[in-house]
Design a protein around this ligand. Sequence first.
Ligand SMILES: Cc1cc2nc3c(=O)[nH]c(=O)nc-3n(C[C@H](O)[C@H](O)[C@H](O)COP(=O)(O)OP(=O)(O)OC[C@H]3O[C@@H](n4cnc5c(N)ncnc54)[C@H](O)[C@@H]3O)c2cc1C
Length: 353
Amino acid sequence: MPIIKPKGLTLIVGQGIAGSILGWKLQQCGWAIHILEGKKPAPASPVAAGLLTPIMGKRLSLAWEVAHVLPTAKTFYKALKATFDCSLFEERPTQRLFSSLEEKVLAQTKIADPSYQPYLGPLFPPNTWGNDPLGGISILGGGILNMPGLLEVLGAHFNKTQCVEEGVFDFNQLEFSDNTLHYQGQPYERIIFAEGHHVTHNPFFKHLPMHPTQGEILTLQAPIPTDWQSQIFSSGEWLIPQGAITCRIGATYAWTDNPAPTPKARADLLSAFKRFMPDCFMPVLLEQSVGIRLALPDTLPCIGEHPEHPGLFIFNGFASKGGLLVPSMADAFIHALEGTQPLPLAVDVKRYA
Ligand SMILES: Cc1cc2nc3c(=O)[nH]c(=O)nc-3n(C[C@H](O)[C@H](O)[C@H](O)COP(=O)(O)OP(=O)(O)OC[C@H]3O[C@@H](n4cnc5c(N)ncnc54)[C@H](O)[C@@H]3O)c2cc1C
């Protein structure tokens, strides 16, 4: 990425977790920003469960660059607590309940791998957590980010500093003249698109191989045992206790951008709930929420300047890991914008040129 004039007025399109954290960090570095938020359908951030986990998926894979991105994220959210006097992040272990013998054998090999050791507790025996006939393993070092809370706190800050405006970005009002970008007549040094899945309608970044993935989550009322309330459970789906009588269960994956809740997701998630808590016969459905994630084929973020339109940038592609990745990726992006460090090639939009 070329070195460009730092700190000129920057427009950020989208105030999800990506636009919010990037905007906050740019302000902390002395940049002037405007944010335009269009309240478009099915955003990901207000719906997300906010799990930050170092180990994920069936293969118990370590998250990309986990040794850097996980502590960066946790330090950032804890610092926001000090600034805004509200707790947004809670450390919690995840109890992974084995669903097959193969998974148990895989976990045994991971325990022996030094790169996994900071994040794995010992195996626990069958029936430790109720319906776990094969036992499981504790995943350590992660927790839960309150994403809606983060949007609210940073949204209130942007309102107070008069740098956020409600409105949908209109591409017909973008002009390139005298080496400057103008939007609605206002000159900007750069425009950063952080539109989540709506980037699929952005004419400048349409060439990217993007996959909108719809996800649904249920919020249920059910009695939660006391010792469950400080845990996260995972076994294909995850279950997050929220106090003594509520939990969230999710999330589904569907290769569509349908913003409507579906009966199939509801049925699948209620069955998953039954697997976690077979003795609870009548959970009450409080809410079924839908959001759409945006992933690229390598499931890594997509950041940087448009190859043919200097001044237009993208900050997107956080898939299911926005909570984990956005703080460190915002740092990497700002270093690149200020010319102090190039963007890691793995996340640079150039890889899809
Ligand atoms: C069901 C589900 C569960 C998830 N669980 C987790 C989890 O446990 N942990 C985790 O880390 N991540 C999770 N995620 C993923 C996480 O939500 C995303 O990685 C993250 O929220 C992406 O943030 P974003 O800001 O890029 O996009 P979004 O949150 O979608 O925000 C984009 C914003 O841009 C605005 N916008 C779009 N186009 C325009 C326009 N033209 N003009 C103006 N504004 C515009 C939209 O209104 C929106 O507010 C989950 C996602 C889903 C859907």
